[in-house]
Design a protein around this ligand. Structure first.
Ligand SMILES: Cc1cc2nc3c(=O)[nH]c(=O)nc-3n(C[C@H](O)[C@H](O)[C@H](O)COP(=O)(O)OP(=O)(O)OC[C@H]3O[C@@H](n4cnc5c(N)ncnc54)[C@H](O)[C@@H]3O)c2cc1C
Length: 373
């Protein structure tokens, strides 16, 4: 049993991305004392394709979060091109919304504050330990924060992951994001393959587009810098060459991240509850990590609300079971799909396959996307 010093257990959340913010909103609205630590300060840009699946819309509405208020783009079509520019196009049953993380995360941050969560910005958690049924979170300024539960929602890779198995395996992927102005369909999300990578383009709010790509780091090693790599590698795909050459790039430099890993991760380690990308990340090709982060935050928060009075193990086991039920297969199909793309021959075969075997695209989309929850 969790020994309670107050009516509801205190909860520390590390990381204020979608998973951490949604947990903080739900739990503080249900009377839990919540403190969230985020190392950055909102609003800020992050590497993300900024296509959010419509499966989250109804749930967010139930939290009085209306994603349509920002005039994002309604996305109804998907196009995938091979390295040579051969293109497969299909309509998306459920579809999604193009919206920048700059707006989305900042909006959720304000919702978290309004819900009663304490949100501390600009400070990093350096360690989490568990002793005598209590957690201690060590902050970079030396403060020790104690609580009954800790939710680790620190994203795909963080200083807090150093002791986790996946951390020791180097990951070969880098992510790069630009905001651009360009002439491009407003309702389309397009995935263009290039050698050892792929690039997504989607309209977001105002008259802006998000252009975000994932590349093997060998590309950058070979060409020395992003600009030369883009010209030598991404421009091989004629659709990407056209996009890059006919767009206005809005920021002086792109957002870049390294070491993106799709490996399996633990869901609960030393009683810490992992949520969002820190529990497992789906290939960005499947365009669904944001929905999984939000859905996993709902599952974890609902489990805590319903079972916090029971033994910790009940919460941990039920959360893990639910997480696996909803996401394990999606992540596995995502890992497989990722292998099909990013190669000259495999992307050509994959696009030809999608063009000729119609049920294949439905199969992949259905197996990597969820239903509204
Ligand atoms: C190239 C690329 C393209 C993508 N495109 C899409 C897409 O189009 N659609 C989609 O749905 N998903 C996409 N994703 C996936 C999506 O971005 C993630 O799944 C989603 O952001 C996960 O949310 P999260 O809350 O788990 O983590 P994050 O959003 O990464 O948030 C984690 C937060 O924790 C903070 N943090 C980390 N360590 C600490 C610490 N020690 N102390 C305090 N704070 C800390 C970080 O600053 C960060 O704000 C893409 C991912 C990549 C890499």
């Amino acid at each position: 049993m969790v020994t309670l010093t107050q009516s509801k257990p205190s909860i520390t959340i590390v990381g204020g991305g979608l998973a951490g913010l949604v947990c903080s909103i739900i739990l503080s609205r249900n009377g839990f004392p919540v403190t969230l630590f985020e190392k950055k300060t909102y609003p800020f840009h992050r590497v993300c394709g900024e296509y959010i699946s419509n499966e989250v819309i109804a749930f967010l509405k139930s939290l009085e979060i209306d994603l349509y208020r920002f005039n994002g783009a309604k996305i109804t079509e998907l196009a995938i091109s091979s390295v040579s520019g051969r293109t497969f196009k299909t309509s998306l049953d459920l579809g999604g919304l193009g919206l920048s993380r700059f707006l989305l995360d900042d909006h959720l941050y304000h919702k978290a504050l309004a819900s009663g969560a304490k949100v501390v910005l600009g400070i990093k958690a350096n360690n989490i330990s568990f002793n005598d049924n209590q957690f201690e979170v060590l902050l970079e300024d030396g403060r020790l924060i104690t609580s009954d539960f800790v939710i680790a929602a620190h994203g795909k890779r963080s200083n807090l992951d150093k002791a986790r198995t996946f951390f020791t395996h180097r990951s070969p992927f880098i992510g790069v994001k630009y905001h651009i102005k360009t002439d491009f369909p407003k309702n389309l999300v397009q995935l263009d393959n290039f050698k050892d990578g792929y690039c997504g383009t989607v309209k977001i709010e105002d008259d802006k587009y998000c252009l975000c790509y994932l590349s093997h780091k060998n590309n950058i090693k070979t060409h020395g810098n992003l600009l030369d790599m883009e010209k030598a590698v991404l421009y091989e795909n004629p659709l990407l060459k056209m996009l890059f050459q006919n767009s206005e790039f809005l920021y002086s430099k792109p957002e870049v991240i390294n070491e993106i890993s799709f490996e399996r991760k633990g869901l609960v380690e030393d009683h810490v509850l992992f949520c969002g990308d820190s529990a497992g990340m789906i290939s960005p090709l499947c365009g669904n990590g944001m929905a999984i982060a939000i859905h996993s935050a709902k599952i974890l928060s609902d489990t805590l609300i319903a079972f916090y009075k029971n033994d910790r193990k009940v919460v941990e086991d039920l959360y893990s079971q639910q997480w696996r039920r909803y996401f394990s297969q999606r992540l596995a199909v995502g890992r497989l799909t990722q292998k099909l793309f990013g190669g000259r021959i495999t992307s050509e075969l994959a696009v030809r396959g999608l063009q000729t075997i119609k049920p294949l695209s439905n199969f992949i989309i259905k197996r990597t996307h969820g239903a509204p929850f």
